[in-house]
Design a protein around this ligand. Structure first.
Ligand code: BG6
Length: 537
């Protein structure tokens, strides 16, 4: 499908901020002058995601000339120069940066600084303050905006936010217009359970105002995820059908080809439900199922997401055995190579109960969705990396094609929003297979075909990486793509009963699926209870 008219998304690459809240309005040319302070500067996220995103924003001239980034890490021997060299090497390895332009790199490199210290130790904050005073000396007081990015394990999250507050680095600002601004960006996981998420929220909100806290869910920065609302609410053909009358069920899939890699320790504690369902998949569900917000401001969108999350029926000990399945990958072949099973991965217990795959059926008890199952599944080491939301429509009420029985082959229409890869949207429908014999035989042949929109074909570019969008949003104060405290808690409320039930009822034996496959047989059975089938790409 080719692009007919300039579309909203056409500006996305040039200005990869969230388009919500800004439809029809001009974005500022560049982000506010600011300093980004990264805790966990020598970690993986900084190298793999944050610096590639900063580089791309610099290449697109979206960052203020007064921007600076101060990395904070435990390694005291690191200097500004060695840190710059490491980040330069990381860019060379990044899949997201095709080639590094030396001039742009030099522009960015001059703005990169490092401060060694234990982020959990109060004294580190004096050093940070001193470095910031140096770095920002040429900036007027009101332009000394800062955001503190917590790319650290959750165990150190609490002391860091306390120190940020007590050191005065992030004063509470009740007025969002106050300048210079001070913001805190938090990576997932946000809590380990409903209880811990609530106490984390309580702590954070006792120190800062909600508008200062940017909880990252990087799926929200993905192009197709942002497109869900545009597809639904900027097109009059879909919204009238978007309800129980026309939709039979929805499948949300996030399949990954990778295993747990070097993250066995984290993953053993998390498992797929905390790692993917509580955040990414629940966000996809909320955007797919929410009511139209009255406007596209951050709070209007988030209010609707919270409302729909609160309408999801809670799973109970009675419903869980027929509504959810868990499994672990066993050894299998991936691209011809034998890969090990989950229990054989480094830092994983040989009798681990942590699921690497889960599937669940949810119901939304509201007027629009009553009786429409929403299936979710996610797993590691599946046949390939692909994430999508597939909306399956009801079959037509009466089928007269093909004579006796042949109509049973007809497929219902499916609208697929491809989150990744090959971001886009496709709609499948039935057509008549060409041929003249029909009139004679009365056996008219019908076949499904796809109408397909692909971002790269229509716009000539692939989607902007999520972190690019999200970092720029932090710099301009756009919060739509960040999760609010009540949203996080609403999502935990849905997930908590399932986690608790599984923790209290060990799977014996734990269902398995071969690496490189499409998940366990139990999952196929779960969806077949309603007469449906998982889609395979
Ligand atoms: C992260 C999870 O949040 O999302 C990882 O912790 C997962 O386990 C990743 O691999 C998937 O994100 P993406 O963007 O690679 O699909």
């Amino acid at each position: 499908m080719t692009r007919q008219t300039p579309a909203l998304g056409a500006t996305t690459r040039a200005r990869p901020t969230s388009q919500f809240g800004t439809i029809g309005q001009q974005q500022p040319e560049r982000a506010d002058p600011c300093t980004m302070v990264i805790f966990g500067a020598t970690g993986d996220l900084t190298k793999r995601k944050l610096f590639p995103a900063l580089y791309s924003l610099a290449a697109e001239h979206l960052i203020s000339p007064s921007f600076a980034v101060l990395g904070v890490g435990r390694d005291a021997s690191e200097t500004d120069q060695t840190f710059r060299d490491k980040m330069r090497a990381a860019l060379a390895e990044s899949e997201e940066v095709k080639s590094v332009d030396e001039e742009i790199w030099q522009w960015l490199a001059q703005r990169i600084f490092y401060s060694g210290g234990e982020a959990t130790d109060e004294s580190a904050y004096d050093a940070i303050k001193a470095r910031l005073a140096e770095i920002e000396a040429a900036r007027p007081e009101e332009a000394r905006n800062r955001f503190f990015y917590l790319a650290v394990p959750p165990s150190v999250f609490e002391p860091i936010v306390r120190h940020l507050s007590s050191s005065g680095l992030v004063p509470r600002h009740n007025d969002p217009q106050e300048r210079p601004w001070a913001r805190v960006v938090v990576e997932k996981p946000f809590g380990h359970s409903l209880e811990t998420a609530c106490s984390l929220n309580a702590l954070v909100l006792s120190l800062f105002a909600e508008h200062q806290v940017y909880r990252i869910d990087h799926f929200l920065g993905k192009e197709t995820v942002q497109n869900i609302l545009v597809l639904r609410f900027a097109n009059s053909i879909f919204e009238p059908l978007w309800n129980r009358r026309w939709i039979s069920h929805v499948q949300i899939t996030a399949a990954e080809a990778v295993g747990v890699e070097a993250r066995g320790k984290y993953y053993e504690e998390a498992g797929v439900v905390r790692d993917m369902f509580q955040n990414h998949l629940m966000q996809l569900l909320a955007l797919t199922a929410m009511e139209p917000p009255p406007s596209m401001t951050a709070d209007a969108v988030r209010d609707e997401k919270v409302k729909v999350l609160k309408s999801i029926r809670w799973l109970t000990p009675e419903s869980i055995p027929t509504s959810a399945v868990r499994a672990q990958y066993s050894a299998g072949l991936m691209k011809g190579n034998l890969v090990s099973g989950y229990r054989q991965e480094p830092d994983v217990a040989p009798d681990s109960q942590t699921p690497t795959y889960a599937a669940a059926r949810f119901h939304i008890d509201n007027w629009r969705w009553k009786g429409v199952p929403f299936y979710m599944r996610s797993g590691k080491r599946m046949a390939k990396r692909y994430s999508e939301i597939a909306v399956t429509f009801q079959s037509p009420p009466h089928l007269m094609f093909g004579g006796d029985g042949a109509h049973r082959e007809l497929q219902p229409n499916v609208l697929v929003m491809r989150v990744q890869p090959n971001e886009g949207v496709s709609l499948n429908f039935e057509v008549k297979v060409p041929g003249a014999a029909v009139a004679l035989t009365q056996h008219l042949e019908v076949a499904p075909v796809d109408m397909d929109f692909s971002y790269s074909e229509a716009f000539g570019e692939t989607a902007a990486p999520a972190y690019e969008t999200l970092l720029l949003d932090v710099m301009i104060g756009e919060m739509t793509l960040f999760t609010r405290s009540d949203e996080v808690e609403a999502a935990w409320k849905i997930i908590d009963p399932l986690l608790k039930y599984w923790e209290e009822h060990a799977a014996n034996p734990m269902p398995t699926y071969a690496a490189g496959g499409w998940g366990p047989a139990e999952s196929d059975r779960l969806i077949s209870l309603d007469g449906a089938r998982w889609r395979t790409p």
